[in-house]
Design a binder for this molecule. Structure first.
Ligand SMILES: Cc1cc2nc3c(=O)[nH]c(=O)nc-3n(C[C@H](O)[C@H](O)[C@H](O)COP(=O)(O)OP(=O)(O)OC[C@H]3O[C@@H](n4cnc5c(N)ncnc54)[C@H](O)[C@@H]3O)c2cc1C
Length: 455
């Protein structure tokens, strides 16, 4: 067992690292982080991978527990639902939840990252920037770092290292050398490109600021999330190859024609879309599952390092922040007995992170394709009606994942049962008035038990 005066070393000051470091420092641990990028407070750069993010209950809960959410609301915009933009272009608003209390928040990735880094440092966490971890010898505790500014290599001796170093984790690369380490990575054949809608006329947002905008187009889609400064961060999701793909958009004229024909109302508020398109890299999206997440009591992975998922449920960071909540609860119980904390953490989380990985892949089809289907919208209305009548029994899958902290595995399982029910109830009807309530009552009471909703 290590003592609290011994240093806990984290790799990665992305989003999860500083939040975990803050929690550990508040509990009396000495914490240090090594981060390969420069300090983003000094070198303003794109934080990469989507300029803003959707935060929901799991994320805001973890930030509130760290004492940060109150203040952070200044840099977040509540989004009440999806605004669908058809090709005509016509707008349809679909609320996310049953009322205005059920919202998700758009927040700038860079602002969130900076706020977390500031808070961690204020709690005494030491962060070394431009320090890339190049190896961690799991048997001996040798941590190898490369200072990217001075080009120096050094080796430190560390008892415990936690990899919060994202989907290309260096700590995971070490784990891969272990016997019987399980690892799978599945890339989507879709890529993404970040674009920006600038501040609209008169300094206000060019589109409704309290919605997540979607231009669903079958095999591709554009989304836009508001920023507090009046801009929108947009992401275009497109296949890498084939029909309507990145491979086909090679000239300025290709890009201009494509956008004008598919997203005419977006183009109207995005004058620099062609420049943006060529200036920004095309990103790829991957699902990573692996186990074990820990090597004895010496090393652990957390956040995307342990379980990267595709972004279509807007849960990657919410899940990573929930990791912090779960980890810190175990630290509160077992202190620095990492031999107990690490395996129990993995035991509690792995089943749930596997579930959200599957839910996120499933939601891809929903977002790019089904959200514009009138039958899908009708099912959503029926879902809300069922929730209103049976609030403890029937909670829509989206709400379980987004507005509650129901374990993801429970949301996946109940979601499948509820999907079958909805199919049976919506079959052959077009109006909510025609819903067979006695059939609904029978199905719900026989197939669903009351749901525990953690506060
Ligand atoms: C297009 C897109 C949109 C997304 N939208 C959402 C959303 O709306 N909502 C949501 O919840 N999630 C979203 N996500 C997912 C979210 O971005 C990730 O889940 C989240 O960033 C994971 O945080 P992390 O701290 O684990 O990893 P990262 O944020 O990747 O941080 C890892 C850090 O480790 C550092 N690092 C890496 N290797 C080393 C090394 N060898 N040495 C030192 N430092 C190292 C990196 O520089 C980085 O700072 C999205 C992802 C993508 C790709």
């Amino acid at each position: 067992m290590t003592s609290k005066s011994e240093t806990v070393t984290l790799i990665g000051a992305g989003l999860v690292g500083p939040l975990l470091a803050l929690g550990l420092a508040k509990r009396g641990f000495k914490v240090e982080i090594y981060e390969r990028r420069p300090d983003m407070r000094r070198v303003r750069m794109s934080a990469g991978r989507s300029i803003n993010l959707a935060l929901s209950t799991r994320g805001t809960h973890a930030l509130a527990a760290a004492g940060l959410w109150g203040d952070m609301q200044r840099i977040a915009i509540p989004m009440k639902g999806r605004m669908m933009h058809s090709a005509t272009p016509e707008l349809t608003f679909q609320p996310y939840g049953k009322d205005d209390s059920e919202v998700i928040y758009a927040i700038s990735r860079a602002d969130l990252n900076i706020a977390l880094i500031d808070a961690a440092e204020a709690q005494g966490v030491k962060i070394g920037f431009q320090q890339r971890a190049t190896g961690f010898l799991l048997k001996t505790g040798e941590l190898r770092l490369w200072d990217e500014q001075t080009n120096e290599h050094r080796t430190l001796q560390r008892n415990v290292v936690i990899g919060c170093d994202g989907s290309a984790s260096a700590i995971r690369s070490e784990m891969l050398k272990l016997n019987r380490f399980n690892f799978s990575q599945q890339y989507l054949d879709y890529g993404y490109k970040e674009l920006t809608i600038p501040i609209g006329a008169g300094g206000s947002h060019a589109l409704d600021a309290h919605a997540l905008h979607i231009w669903p187009r079958g095999n591709h889609m554009l989304i836009a999330l508001p920023n507090v400064d009046g801009t929108f961060g947009c992401i275009l999701f497109l296949p890498f190859e084939g029909r309507d793909s990145f491979a086909q958009l090679t000239t300025r004229a290709d890009v201009a024609d494509f956008f004008r024909s598919r997203f005419p109302d977006a183009v109207a508020v995005m004058p620099d879309f062609v420049e943006n398109f060529f200036a920004n890299p095309t990103g790829s999206m991957v699902t990573i599952k692996c186990s074990p997440w820990h090597a004895e009591d010496r090393a652990l992975m957390l956040g995307d390092a342990a379980h990267a998922i595709v972004p279509f449920f807007g849960q990657g960071i919410n899940c990573g922040f929930e990791d912090c909540t779960a980890f810190l609860e175990l630290v509160d119980r077992y202190g620095n007995d990492w031999g107990r904390v690490f395996p129990e953490f993995e035991e509690a989380r792995k089943i749930n992170t596997d579930a959200i990985a599957d839910l996120a892949l499933e939601n891809f089809v929903e977002m790019r394709d089904r959200v514009s289907d009138p039958r899908f919208l009708f099912r959503k209305r029926i879902e809300l009606a069922l929730e209103a009548k049976y609030p403890q029994l029937f909670v829509p899958k989206y709400a379980m994942v987004t507005f509650h902290r129901v374990p993801y595995a429970t949301a996946l399982k109940r979601g499948q049962v509820q999907d079958r029910m909805l199919t049976a109830l919506c079959d052959g009807i077009d109006r909510i008035e025609d819903l067979d309530w006695s059939k609904a009552d029978r199905l719900i009471r026989s197939e669903l038990t009351p749901l525990e909703l953690p506060s």
